[in-house]
Write a protein that binds this ligand. Structure first.
Ligand code: G6Q
Length: 550
């Protein structure tokens, strides 16, 4: 494999970046009335405006060449064909197959993937409908009112984010809750207002070995049994979503109440699989299908649109441009949409767990930066918190702003103000405000020339700061599906360019192995295991507080 920095396009981009150091987007807009038209793109009802970036036609051409030289189209097709591109775990990566209508059939290594998927979707649909129409009842004969999804990471963040985003599609008869944290407070606070007779627990765990999930599921089972006093109640109040049937059975969940998925579905890509059961229970089967259809529409766009008119490719390549040539470390995501308040944590996992890697496909350490630190919060809240640093700080921060043209909650003119604020922020990032203008304003307000000169530098906004805007009609299931798939593919694009495996997560696995010896050391007769001085000190302090010898 040619090292990334040896690719002709990489070298050309390095030289091009030098010539772009003093590029000013404000001049670019003045000189080119068509800049918005040239640097914006539509897919369905999504509009991506990427004209407020430090790019020219030449930049975009070179980035496209880099994508071609990196073999992006070939890797994309290999993923969608079901090749084992997750080479460190020897697995295919087929989340796109979860949202593809059943034709044409996809056979991977002799297995009819679409038939497998359709079988599980059919079971999920029947289950969801039986909860909604009241044919599935709790152990004492009462209908299910509350659903608690117990899972963590990929088995929590996706469905929790979608349920929050599509709350305006929620059926009135159902409430959905999410419990993930090992801290018993999470489960206890959630259960406080619930009635065991009308509560269904979904234990969501791909491996069914995850400490947090099993601990919460065991506590939930104890809570149920202490109220209903009948082991048979478990089969009416617990279902499992997993790839590990024996472990589900060992936990005491009826195999008939298990919805399977497969090792080719990565945790952070799993909301489209059985892991989406809580979503379907909240918004109904038709809306869940619309979510899948939206993602499928983005898959088709990603597979078929030319690279220079391909949304995930453009977003991905812009991220490379800033991260690897301008030296940015972080990426800000600002949804001007309260319903998308969990999008940032979801994207943090999607992006940072996928591309937070330092070894390439040749098993060598890379000599360039890979995944950025992803952060953000919904607008307008962010404006009153950290936007100061985005506008006036010393760092360059690429950003995505997301906003709907129409709000499903029409309260007075609040949405108009929301939209106006979103556009105003990206305009301010672009235009900035010069010292001369500020001084003139201060003097016009009656300030002395000298005082104005002293204060003005503090009020200067340098401008020329980049942003993408993603504008959609309104947040409906189809649009949300498109948005999520857009970011999934953006992350994929970047992983291919960086020559890393975006689909393993050894860092997560390590976390799962570290705690048991420390857990034992906290309460055993003697401290066992090898620990560093700091950890030993902390263990000793905890033991002292418990009256144990140190
Ligand atoms: C996701 C990660 C990780 C995983 C959780 C939960 O891609 O692998 O976040 O989803 O650790 O794992 P289980 O679903 O196996 O409980």
């Amino acid at each position: 494999m040619t090292p990334l920095k040896h690719l002709p396009a990489w070298k050309a981009l390095t030289a091009h970046h030098k010539s772009m150091r003093h590029f000013d987007m404000r001049n670019a807009f003045r000189e080119d009335a068509q800049r918005f038209n040239r640097l914006s793109l539509r897919c369905g009802n999504l509009l991506l405006d990427y004209s407020k970036n430090r790019v020219t036609a030449e930049t975009m051409e070179l980035l496209k060449q880099l994508a071609v030289e990196s073999g992006l189209p070939e890797y994309r097709d290999a993923m969608m064909r079901g090749e084992r591109i997750n080479f460190t775990e020897n697995r295919a990566v087929l989340h796109t197959a979860l949202r593809a209508p059943s034709r044409p059939p996809l056979r991977v290594e002799g297995v009819d993937i679409e038939a497998e998927v359709a079988k599980v979707l059919g079971r999920m649909q029947r289950f969801v409908e039986s909860i909604h129409n009241g044919s599935w009842l709790g152990y004492t004969g009462r209908p299910i009112r509350d659903v608690v999804n117990i899972g963590i990471g990929g088995s929590d963040l996706g469905p929790a984010m979608v349920c929050a985003a599509l709350d305006h599609y929620a059926l009135e008869s159902i409430r959905v809750h999410f419990v993930s944290n090992l801290d018993p407070a999470h489960l206890a606070i959630t259960l406080k207002s619930l009635d065991p007779e009308t509560t269904l627990f979904i234990v969501a765990s791909k491996t069914f070995t995850t400490l947090e999930t099993l601990a919460n599921a065991n506590s939930a089972k104890a809570w149920l049994l202490s109220a209903l006093h009948a082991p048979a109640a478990v089969s009416r109040h617990f279902v499992a979503l997993s790839t590990n049937a024996p472990a589900v059975q060992a936990f005491g969940i009826d195999p008939d109440n298990m919805f399977i998925f497969w090792d080719w579905v990565g945790g952070r890509y799993s909301l489209w699989s059985a892991i989406g059961l809580s979503i379907a229970l909240l918004i109904g089967w038709g809306n869940f299908q619309a979510l899948l259809a939206g993602a499928h529409a983005m898959d088709i766009h990603f597979r078929e649109a030319p690279l220079d008119a391909n949304m995930p490719v453009i977003l991905g390549m812009l991220g490379i441009w800033y991260g690897n040539f301008w030296g940015t470390d972080t990426y800000g995501i600002f949804p001007y949409d309260q319903r998308l308040r969990l999008l940032v944590p979801f994207l943090q996992q999607l992006d940072m767990e996928s591309n937070g890697k330092n070894v390439n496909r040749d098993n060598k350490q890379v000599n360039y930066n890979t995944g950025p630190i992803v952060w953000g919060a919904p607008g307008t809240n962010g404006q009153h918190a950290f936007f100061e640093l985005v506008h006036q700080g010393t760092r360059l921060i690429p950003t995505d702003f997301l906003v709907a043209a129409v709000n499903p909650t029409p309260l007075a003119d609040q949405h108009e103000w929301l939209l106006a604020n979103c556009l105003a922020q990206t305009e301010a990032l672009l235009k900035g405000k010069s010292r001369a203008v500020i001084e003139a304003e201060l003097i016009a307000q009656g300030m002395s020339r000298e005082a104005a000169r002293a204060l003005a530098p503090h009020k200067v906004f340098p401008g020329n700061r980049p942003s993408n805007t993603l504008l959609y009609q309104k947040l409906d299931p189809h649009t949300l599906g498109m948005l999520i798939a857009l970011y999934e593919h953006k992350v994929f694009v970047q992983g291919v360019i960086w020559q890393i495996n975006s689909f393993d997560q050894w860092g997560v696995e390590l976390g799962k192995q570290l705690a048991p010896p420390i857990r034992a050391a906290l309460s055993s007769v003697r401290v066992i295991g090898e620990h560093d001085g700091s950890t030993l000190g902390l263990i000793a302090d905890i033991r002292r507080r418990r009256g144990l010898s140190t």
